[in-house]
Design a protein around this ligand. Structure first.
Ligand code: FHN
Length: 439
């Protein structure tokens, strides 16, 4: 166990300015694609299927034997992500099931040994990098396949009898120190064999009072983070190594699948909310809780308007395709982002002096001094009150076509401006007005 003082020394001590510079592109880009792909995609009923149905390695082998991503076309994935306005991507290189999509020399449980017969991570990296997207890797700390990963309460083989004795018996031939070395070896492969990696998204650690869970010492988090920063000095790392109490122990918070109203409390912090189209992360054929286009737009607009990022997840099928529902959602985002991405990229929350007009949310580009009014409900009066904006703006236009919008002081309250809108709403679920500020 590493002492806090030594731990902080090991993790590093960059200045706030250095951290700001390292993270600048990530904050400006605002929008990324999460991709959860693995053997569970073939089960097609949640990436936790091995846990949910308590399947052991032998029972799960059929998904390895069956895995044959004959339609995998990473250039197509990258084109769809880029068109949807996503500027970075994070692919599961290994999820809790332990299956590696990359050609690791430390295991046979990997894509090159399936009918895929190739390193799927390398193809993802080449294709997304070629389209100009930043490259991220997701790597699960949990590993429900590895023989040295100690069985705890959420392992598929966790015993009915939760006593220490039964766990001790189950784990007597398992050596977590060996698993920690396996993680360090694999993360070294991922951070040395694929060029510059921009994001490392480590997942899921949970210290448990009852001792059966795993915390930073079981993962070897301090040593792991030191290794990561040594191998890729500019890399951005999430907050799931249980090192938040250390400076630089985490680069961003990861509010997961929270409602948009929860995001207000993250203002002023550095964060990315991770969200799904449909509830599950892995491909789930029969799931019918798909978010509407409006709900997806609301996630993106509300994230930016609270100064954070959105990473939106696609769960490709076992054949390696984004299914028709994901494609439809991405296409609708492409339509909106093509016209309105200026209100997202390099934007954050508006200065407090600007109140959002009725039924709208604000985003703001502090460099260009442009304020963006996202019209959630289009006023049927043809008028939009800009409360207290008199004297504060010099021009107004729709963002989608840069068509001028006229405004004048309100007769009833000269502090306010009344902006005239055409009867016909622009062809966007949430149209955006761009205001040029006077100062
Ligand atoms: O258990 C995982 C889950 O499958 C998924 O990968 C999410 C993504 O943020 N992380 C864990 C749950 O918090």
């Amino acid at each position: 166990i590493v002492s806090p003082v030594l731990a902080q020394k090991m993790i590093g001590n960059e200045t706030d300015a250095q951290k700001e510079k390292r993270m600048e592109w990530w904050k400006d880009d605002r929008f990324g694609m999460f991709i959860h792909w693995g053997l569970y995609s073939g089960a097609a009923r949640h990436e936790w299927v091995k846990h949910n149905e308590k399947i052991d390695n032998a029972g799960y082998q059929k998904y390895f034997d069956q895995f044959n991503p004959d339609l995998f076309d990473p250039q197509k994935w990258a084109a769809q992500a880029k068109a949807a306005g996503m500027k970075y991507a994070v692919l599961t290189t290994k999820h809790h099931e332990g299956f590696c999509l990359f050609d690791s020399k430390y295991t046979d449980y990997k894509a090159p040994n399936t009918q895929a017969k190739r390193d799927l991570v390398r193809e993802y990296v080449n294709a997304f990098r070629a389209q100009g997207l930043k490259i991220g890797f997701y790597y699960s700390l949990l590993d429900w396949h590895h023989p040295d990963y100690t069985i705890d309460e959420i392992h598929p083989q966790s015993p009915k009898d939760k006593s220490d004795a039964s766990y001790a018996a189950l784990n007597k031939n398992r050596d977590m120190a060996k698993y920690r070395q396996y993680m360090r070896d694999q993360i070294t492969e991922l951070l040395t064999k694929y060029g510059k990696i921009d994001i490392l998204w480590l997942d899921f650690s949970f210290p448990r009072a009852d001792g059966h869970g795993k915390g930073k010492d079981e993962w070897g988090s301090v040593e792991l983070l030191k290794l990561i920063r040594k191998l890729q000095p500019g890399i951005i790392v999430d907050n799931r190594l249980n090192l938040e109490e250390y400076k630089d122990g985490a680069d961003f918070e990861t509010p997961e699948q929270v409602s948009t109203k929860e995001l207000l409390k993250y203002r002023g912090k550095t964060w990315e909310t991770c969200q799904t189209f449909s509830g599950s992360w892995g491909y789930y054929r029969d799931e019918n809780t798909w978010k509407t286009h409006r709900q997806l737009l609301d996630l993106l607009i509300t994230s930016t308007s609270n100064g954070g990022n959105l990473i939106l997840n696609v769960g490709p099928t076992a054949r390696g395709e984004f299914d028709y529902r994901a494609t439809r959602a991405l296409d609708s985002l492409s339509h909106w982002m093509h016209a309105n991405s200026t209100a997202i990229y390099n934007c954050t929350y508006a200065p407090d002096t600007y109140k959002a007009p009725d039924s709208s949310k604000l985003t703001y580009n502090q460099t260009t001094k442009r304020l963006y009014v996202h019209l959630y409900n289009y006023p049927n009066t043809g008028k939009l009150i800009l409360p207290g904006y008199n004297g504060k703006i010099s021009y107004a236009q729709f963002l989608n076509d840069h068509s001028e919008l006229l405004y004048k002081p309100s007769a009833s309250n000269t502090e306010d401006l009344v902006l005239t809108l055409p009867a016909k709403k622009p062809d966007y679920e949430i149209p955006v007005i761009e205001l040029t500020l006077t100062n």
